[in-house]
Ligand binder design. Sequence first.
Ligand code: TYD
Length: 218
Amino acid sequence: MPSQLAGLFIAFEGGDGAGKSTQAAALAKALESSGFTVRRTREPGGTPIGEKLRSLVLDHGHGHIDAHTEALIFAASRAAHATQVIRPALDRGEIVLTDRYIDSSVAYQGAGRGLGTDAVRDINAWATSDLRPDLTVLLDVDPAVGRERRTAGEAAEDRLESEADEFHATIRAAFLDLAAARPEAYLVLPARLPVAELAARILERVESLLAVPQSSPA
Ligand code: TYD
């Protein structure tokens, strides 16, 4: 496996309604059936303190939350997640699948809220002691399609989801820029592809990573 740690770290990223959780679940199932130990997790959240921070930052009703505070809450949740969940699982040699990670903050707070992508990347590098995914699967979704999908049924939109389409278009462009800057570390797929096709393409890429011998002895 390519990670400097024993396990493999994969992040799912993309706009709201892209289908990240569906794909993370499908990948976990496929890997588990091949005998791998998989740890599925999500952000914001993933730890007890992270779940509390999640409701603080996503629920309506906490009054106005300024952009810096919002970015720091996501980073605080991520610091706990990286230290308490992700690193230990990677140290044990597990495959960690996270639904969102640093790129979400860079896209939503850095680009969407206008805090600057470099500044947001830097505070998150610090918060996680620079723990980066081996692979980021970016499910690229048209903002209008994403909104249609996530409001299907009665699902209510959270604080960020309910932002205007323009905000979501900025985020989409930011994700694509991140992927274009480091193509070797990303798999970008159009979210509109059939679920089974997406799952097959993601599995194929992950299997290719699992097949790579470790560059240095453990
Ligand atoms: P998510 O849990 O993916 O939404 P869902 O409720 O559909 O499962 O993410 C919640 C929202 O938080 C989503 O709109 C994206 C936003 N978010 C950020 O703005 N910055 C971040 O760093 C993260 C992790 C999420």
